[in-house]
Structure formats: C-alpha cells, structure tokens
Design a protein around this ligand. Structure first.
Ligand code: GLC
Ligand code: CA
Length: 566
C-alpha cells in the first residue's frame, strides 16, 4: 500500500536519542554523523524509519526539548550538511526520517522570548503567556515541579511554563505566532523528512481563567494538566496546524497526546483526524499514579497490563491506527518495568517484545531495546542528569518518603534509564565514544552490547531481526500488518490476542510467567500449528495449548490458504 495515504502503516520505527547513540568525534556526546555511521546496523535490523529526538539549537536544560532556534542545529550534534547527508544516506538505504517537533514551548533563550522580556511592548510579548501581579496567578504545578508561573526579574509579572521553567509555553491564541510555527514546519518538511513526532501537543490550549484548584500535594499546588491539557477548543488549533502544514506534504505524524479520552479518538486519528497516530500512555504508566507522580506507585499484574493494552487496541481500532511502544526516552527500560526479576532472562525479553510488536499498529523500537537493555540503578541522587528525576526525588522527600525509598522510586522511573549511551561493544565506553560519555554507561554494558549479539543465534538482537522480518516480509505480513485484532480470553499470566484478515487467522499467546501453563484455545484454533515465536513448538492437548515458561507463540491452521502466496 506504499504510496497511498497510509503508507506509514507498513513502517517499523526506530527511535534515536542522538546524545546517546554514537559519538563520531569523541567529545563524549552522540551526534548526527554518529547516526549516519550506524545506518548499516539499522538497515540490518530491518527498521524502515527513524525518529530522531530534538537536534535543534538548545541550551539543553531538557536535553533539546527546550529549543532556542528552530532553524539551527545544536553544534554538538553537527551541521546542516551533516543532517542533509544523513537524510540522503538513509534514503539510499530505504530508511525514512522523522524529526521531533516541539511547539508547545521554546527555550527561555529563544530570540522570541528574549525580545518578549526586553521589549514588553513588542509583538513578541504576546507570543508567550504573561500575567501581571505580585504573586503567581494560580496554584498549578508544572510537570517538572514547582509552580507553572515564573517571575520576570525586575517586574511584577509572571510567565507560564507547563514543563521546566526554562521552557516557557507559547501562546497559541496569537495568530502571528501560529503562522511563524507553520512556516517553520513547512520548511522542515520541504527538506525531505517524512514527518514528525510531535511533542506534548495536547498542552497547546490553556484554560485562560487560571483559577486555583484543590491542592493535591504537600506543596499546596495542584497538577496543571486539568487546566492545560486537552482543553476545549484545542481542536481548532490542531486542525489549522494540520491543514497549513502536514496535509500539504502527505507526511506522517505521531503525536504525544496524553489526556485524550478514547471517545475523542475519531477527532485525533480518525480518517480526517489531526494526526496519523498518537501514543497511548495508559499501559506505559500502569506502575505509577501519573507521569509526574512517580512516588505514588501502584501495584499491577499481567491481567491488568493485558486488559489495558487490549482496551487501547480496541478503542483505536474503531477509528484509526496505533503507535505501539514499550520504551522511549521518557520511560524506564521495558525489561525492568514489565518483567521485574525476569529482566535478564532472554526468553522473557523476547516474549515481551513479540507481545507488543504484533499488536495492530506501527511498532516503535527505542534504541537499546533490541539488545534487552535493563535499568541502571544509581547509588546516589547526585548521579541523575534528567531534570524530572531530580524533581521527583525532591518531591518524594517532601511527600514524606525516606531518602532510600525516594532513591529507589526514582531509580525505577528515571528517564536516565533509557538515556545511557548505546553499548556498541565491550570496550571502554562501549564503543560509543573514545572519551568519557556525557552520562555513564549502564553497569551491564560489558555484557549486553550489540557486538556480543550480532550474528549470534538466539540473541535478543537476532530475535528482533527475525521478528521485524516476519512482520515486514513473511508469508503472513498482510494479516500481521493490516489484520484486525481482538482479545482472546486467557489465564492471569498470559496475554493473548487474535489477528485476522480475509481467510487468515493468527492466534498469538504470550506467557509472562516462569512456570508453564495451559490455555483453552478458541474452537476454530484446535489443530493449529506454531508458525513463529521464541519457541514455535505448540503442544496442544484436548483443545488446550501448553505454554512453556515465557513462551511467545503465533499459531495458525496448517492448511494452504489463499492470500498468503505472494
Ligand atoms: C515530552 C518529551 C519529554 C520532554 C517534554 C517537554 O514529554 O517526550 O522528553 O521533557 O515533552 O518537552
Ligand atoms: Ca560528538
């Protein structure tokens, strides 16, 4: 279906955190040329599209999510020529590139914000959200802690920031600003990128009454999301954004859009939706109360995980297409989060991978996930780089946790878990760089690295290659990509679903337990055989499938079927 409006359904996306992927000039920081150097690795893995986290000019307070110039690149990442070369080289290998689009806020070092401060009478003042007064206009808490309002030095005036205080929110109510943003977006699309991952986009509309809310923490503040995320009226902005930019280029858009209720999915990702896909965080955050409250931990089990995943799949299927992921640069490693004590068991790691990979939607793989990387437990709070981890540690203490417990909780959730440099080999600094990396490598890097797994049968990396190959080019690709999905009833430690297209039905089973278990197969599946998995041996007795510990298996009736020949 390539060439048609929904070509992106056939992609497998690989997310790169450029600071930590590959350092080409040995200054300890990953860069664009580093990505170009590793295109062969990515090609061999089988992925078809890269999402590169922000590489624009930035003071790096939030590692690039605080942009000070949308049209320039951060010098530590390279030059525009480097980027052109990457786009061209990747293109030659059949790999598309999408960039991160951060348009809810800029850096406070952006020219617009500087102008707004220096010349409050200039048009730039209204590009941001300022309120006059001698105290913060309301008691909302920012995502990275503290008030959403930061005082302007020397004036009785505050500016609004939903995230860090060096990330002032743009005022989307200002039409001139919106036009500037659209021009910038079109400029990037004309460069030949395939589209964007769009950052925090449900934050662009605010409840401008800025009324106090019932405090929900000992700091006397209230989460800002209720008044600054997915607010009524946001649709007009999103529609305009799409019409003025994305629609003109037929590009793919994947929005980070937390707070969208399933009932609203039609507007967001339906046939005329604002975006191609949006990420659903409901199961990614099932271990915590919310993305900004790590210290409120929740216990969960596999049944709940499976339930949340299938609810999401069924809700999205009604209107559109899913963006499936188990890791990203804001999440801990999926191995540690979902597998707990089994995080180092390759069979379990492969099972988890297959479980999300064959859901209906476009799969996203985060760098290092394909090696089965695990969380990095830091021994002291000073060792965190991520602003969110530093804030969550402080808040945990304020909320009454003792320092050990606070450290434990931050370690479980820290965004630094996913941001450690990519381990290419077992040498010093893991082949990432010849110099000490900006963030220490994980403890496991001498064991878990790409070279140790490449070409090694049964490695997690080779499993990912085979999995990607099977979805993209296997005999059942049509069903695995385009087939519908529905949950299959299963016992507590097993997630199971069915994929179906035309006369092909594939039953997928994933055992999250270190013990074997038996599952009753759907009636039409009796007599099916294993076609793929981390162990394709299907033992079926009296309509019961006997699953081995951590087995992942895809089953299908063993009859010649039309539509499977190519
Ligand atoms: C998104 C990004 C995250 C960033 C935040 C503010 O959630 O994924 O990394 O810190 O937006 O831009
Ligand atoms: Ca570098």
């Amino acid at each position: 279906m390539a060439g048609s409006g929904t070509w992106w359904k056939e992609e497998v996306v690989y997310q790169i955190y450029p600071r930590s992927f590959k350092d080409s000039n040995n200054d300890g920081i990953g860069d664009i040329r580093g990505i170009t150097e590793k295109l062969d690795y990515l090609k061999e893995l089988g992925i078809t599209m890269l999402w590169i986290c922000p590489i624009y000019q930035s003071p790096m307070d939030d590692n690039g999510y605080d942009i000070s110039d949308y049209c320039a690149l951060a010098p530590e990442f390279g030059t525009m020529e480097d980027l052109d070369e990457l786009i061209a080289e990747a293109g030659r290998k059949g790999i598309k590139i999408i960039l991160d689009l951060v348009i809810n806020h800029t850096s406070d070092e952006h020219q617009w914000f500087r102008e707004a401060l220096e010349h409050p009478d200039s048009g730039f003042h209204d590009y941001y959200i300022f309120r006059e007064g001698s105290k913060p206009p309301c008691n909302w808490r920012s995502i990275f802690g503290g008030s959403v309002w930061e005082k302007v030095e020397g004036r009785d005036e505050y500016y609004f920031h939903a995230f860090g205080k060096k990330q002032p929110d743009l005022n989307w109510e200002n039409e001139k600003l919106r036009r500037q943003l659209y021009n910038m977006v079109n400029g990037w699309l004309e460069k030949g990128i395939a589209g964007f991952r769009i950052d925090a986009i449900t934050f662009i509309k605010k409840d401008l009454s800025f009324a106090d809310r019932e405090p929900d923490g000992v700091d006397g503040l209230a989460k800002c999301t209720k008044g600054s995320r997915n607010q009524p009226g946001i649709g007009a902005f999103l529609k305009e954004l799409k019409q003025e930019t994305f629609d003109k280029h037929g590009c793919v858009t994947v929005a980070e859009a937390p707070g969208v209720p399933y009932e609203d999915l039609d507007e967001f990702i339906g046939p005329d939706g604002y975006f191609s896909m949006i990420f659903d965080f409901r199961y990614a955050d099932l271990d915590i109360a919310s993305g900004s409250e790590w210290f409120k931990r929740r216990s969960w089990n596999v049944r709940e995980l499976g339930g949340k995943i299938m609810d999401s799949q069924m809700a999205v299927q009604k209107y559109g297409w899913s963006a499936n992921f188990i890791e990203n640069h804001d999440q801990p490693r999926a191995t540690t989060k979902y597998l707990k004590e089994a995080q180092d068991d390759p069979q379990a790691v492969k099972m988890l991978a297959a479980m999300y990979f064959f859901l209906r939607g476009t799969p996203f793989i985060y760098q290092g996930q394909e090696l089965g990387m695990v969380n990095f437990e830091r021994q002291s709070p000073e060792l965190f780089n991520d602003i969110s981890s530093i804030d969550q540690y402080q808040r945990s203490l304020e909320e009454g946790l003792d320092p050990d417990e606070a450290l434990r909780i931050v370690n479980l959730r820290s965004r630094d878990n996913a941001r450690t440099p990519f381990p290419w080999d077992g040498s010093r600094y893991g082949g990432f760089s010849q110099s000490r990396p900006w963030l220490p490598m994980t403890m496991e890097y001498p064991v878990i690295h790409a070279e140790a797994q490449s070409g090694v049968q049964d490695s997690v990396l080779e499993f990912y290659k085979s999995m990607i190959q099977f979805r993209q080019h296997g005999p059942y690709r049509d069903c695995l990509i385009y087939g519908s999905i529905r949950p299959i009833e299963s016992s507590g430690n097993v997630i199971a679903y069915e994929r179906q297209k035309d006369d092909v039905t594939i039953w997928c089973y994933y055992n999250f337990s270190h013990t074997g278990t038996q599952e009753r197969l759907p009636d039409d599946a009796a007599g099916a055989v294993g076609i793929w998995g981390n162990d394709t041996d299907a033992e079926i007795r009296d309509g019961m499938l006997c699953l081995k510990p951590f087995q992942a298996i895809l089953l299908k009736q063993d009859v010649p079927q039309s539509g499977t020949h190519s």
